[in-house]
Design a protein around this ligand. Structure first.
Ligand code: UTP
Length: 295
């Protein structure tokens, strides 16, 4: 079954990038000349997904403005032939896909944010793209890589990469078995969120992309009902239930992932994208070489 819908949870508080994220949502922090969330919406659209729901929160209305028309600006740019490219870039923001918005009224974690999308998704499989994970692969978008595995197998798919062992406790650890015919695809048996060192089962962690069957909402509803007041439900615990039923695969995706939820990730994204940028790439490379020589 083809994946036609995606959700982008973007309602988190972004405490790791404060104070930058105090008034500007972290999803709107830019990578060179586009906000992070535009890269993510473009990735979903490049996977053939037309309907995208962004889960926002109070104070994140600027995300809605970014994907809407800006008539006065468009009108001014349209009348100036020398600004044609800028006009097209601005117009493009409102035409990437059908982008919808919903507010998560309380910041109760990723699992709760995904649950807010139940009516939008209905009874069909869907993609989840975390709003602070930008993953670049212009030839074969990572969401498309996951959708292709889902369409071939009918099983849920999580996008994974091996991370340095010292970093695994910041993410999650997966117990996996590689498929013989394609070692990039794995059966997932168990997932432990934020493991202690002795709980690490492998260095594969889920990095920002999931394709899930609709029954995940039934599991989420049960898990949320069983989560004590004041505690956060880990979405990985819900995914583990799919894994224990043999319905979850992991894909070691091809793509470069930038964590826009932390300061170093933001700097790496900006430097690497700038180095390959049509307009400023060459000048930026020269600047970096100069700078490196002085270090
Ligand atoms: P994170 O845990 O990375 O985001 O969630 P956060 O809560 O903003 O992070 P810090 O620790 O405070 O810096 C992954 C994704 O899930 C979204 C976030 O916006 C991010 O894109 N999220 C998280 C929600 O939509 N709602 C939540 O309640 C929590």
């Amino acid at each position: 079954m083809k994946i036609k819908k995606a959700i982008i949870p973007a309602a988190g508080l972004g405490t790791r990038v404060l104070p930058a994220s105090k008034a500007v949502p972290k999803e709107m922090l830019n990578i060179v000349d586009k906000p992070a969330i535009q890269y993510i919406v473009e990735e979903a659209a490049a996977a053939g997904i037309e309907d995208i729901l962004i889960i926002t929160n109070r104070g994140k209305g600027v995300i809605e403005d970014h994907f809407d028309h800006s008539y006065e600006l468009e009108d001014k740019l349209a009348k100036n032939p020398s600004k044609k490219k800028l006009y097209e870039d601005v117009l493009h923001c409102s035409n990437i896909a059908n982008v919808y918005f919903l507010r998560q009224k309380e910041t109760k974690g990723l699992g709760h944010a995904i649950m807010c999308a139940k009516s939008f998704v209905g009874n069909e499989p869907f993609a989840i793209l975390y709003g602070d994970d930008v993953i670049i692969n212009n030839e074969y978008p990572v969401t498309k890589q996951l959708c292709d595995v889902f369409e071939a197998t009918g099983k849920g798919v999580v996008g994974v990469k091996e991370v340095p062992r010292k970093d695994v406790p910041k993410y999650c650890s997966l117990d996996v078995t590689h498929h013989e015919d394609n070692p990039k695809v794995m059966d997932v048996h168990n997932i432990i969120e934020k493991p202690t060192d002795d709980q690490i089962m492998s260095c594969y962690s889920i990095l920002g992309r999931v394709v899930a069957p609709p029954q995940v909402f039934d599991y989420l509803a049960e898990d949320l009902a069983n989560t004590p007041e004041g505690e956060e439900l880990y979405f990985t615990d819900t995914l583990t239930r799919l894994g224990k039923e043999g319905d979850l695969l992991a894909l070691d995706f091809d793509g470069i992932r930038y964590d826009m939820g932390n300061k170093l990730g933001i700097m790496k994204a900006n430097c690497e994208v700038a180095l390959n940028h049509d307009e400023i790439g060459e000048d930026f490379k020269a600047y970096i070489k100069d700078l490196a020589a002085k270090l």
